[in-house]
Design a protein around this ligand. Structure first.
Ligand code: FES
Ligand code: FES
Length: 148
């Protein structure tokens, strides 16, 4: 058993099932599959507060852990700021990378409330976006940090 977005939950599957699939099978489909190979960050979730690529994480690794998906951030103040800034700055276009970007941004802002642009670039280095050219995303995260 583990905790999924604050609730005790039994995730079904073989121990080697991808955490990504086990999460999506619960109906929480905010976690996206981009590459399926650990390269793009679209499948990012927090495992005991640490950002991981759920496409590379076997279900066995999540047993006993607290998992937070994009849905689990919905009521947090930081998410609200990040979401609003993404909207204003055009940080989300097709949306495939967005949940992973927002989780990575959230993780950064919880660690470093006033990041520099270099901090933002480093924190989002594992997240690929085919649409925005990244600057809008970086600007949105910096704007969210100013508004906190
Ligand atoms: Fe997991 Fe791309 S889908 S890193
Ligand atoms: Fe399309 Fe980033 S908005 S991949």
């Amino acid at each position: 058993a583990c905790t999924l977005n604050g609730r005790a939950r039994q995730l079904e599957g073989h121990p080697m099932t991808r955490l990504l699939d086990a999460i999506r099978q619960t109906g929480l489909t905010g976690t996206k599959e981009g590459c399926g190979e650990g390269e793009c960050g679209a499948c990012g979730v927090l495992l005991d507060g640490v950002l991981v690529n759920s496409c590379l994480t076997p279900l066995a690794h999540a047993q006993g852990a607290a998992i937070t998906t994009i849905e689990g951030l919905a009521s947090s103040e930081i998410l609200h700021e990040v979401q609003e800034a993404f909207l204003e700055y055009g940080g989300a276009q097709c949306g495939i990378c967005t949940p992973g970007m927002v989780l990575a941004a959230h993780e950064l802002l919880s660690r470093i409330p006033e990041p520099t642009e270099d901090d933002v670039r480093a924190a989002l280095a594992g997240n690929l976006c085919r649409c925005t050219g990244y600057m809008r995303i970086f600007e949105a995260v910096l704007e969210a940090s100013r508004r906190q």
